[in-house]
Design a protein around this ligand. Structure first.
Ligand code: ZN
Length: 128
């Protein structure tokens, strides 16, 4: 399926207007079952997830300023069971300020909630 330009522009506009946590909820549904082309074979597993790249502009020892290296985080999905929440609940609008490292796959995570699910390996995580 391919969208025409007007439909694509409308979709992009609607997605841009969403709060971060609602965008994550929408993309979680979009990404469910979606894999990289060519990885549908039994010996490969892949899936899409939302990520974020952040870097800081810091003072350097020589008195200048420079960009630090990028930090990459996967955005954890809300653990709705931990909150006894409705499937349409996106969590709080705190931004993705909670942080953890997944104990199973080791990826750094961000989430808007304390209880999340790693989007890479599906491990339940507690973020602080
Ligand atoms: Zn993980």
């Amino acid at each position: 399926m391919t969208l025409n330009k007007d439909d694509r522009d409308s979709l992009v506009s609607r997605l841009r207007d969403l709060a971060d946590e609602e965008l994550l909820g929408v993309l979680q549904r979009v990404f469910t079952g979606r894999t990289l082309l060519g990885t549908e074979v039994p010996i490969v597993e892949s899936h899409f997830f939302l990520g974020n790249a952040t870097r800081l502009y810091e003072n350097t020892p020589d008195g200048g300023q420079a960009w630090e290296p990028w930090e990459i985080h996967a955005i954890a999905y809300p653990d709705l069971a931990a909150y006894d929440a409705d499937p349409d609940w996106f969590g709080f609008d705190y931004g993705f300020s909670e942080w953890a490292i997944c104990s199973t796959c080791g990826i750094e995570l961000r989430c808007n909630l304390k209880h999340g699910i790693c989007p890479v390996c599906s491990t339940k995580v507690y973020l602080t």
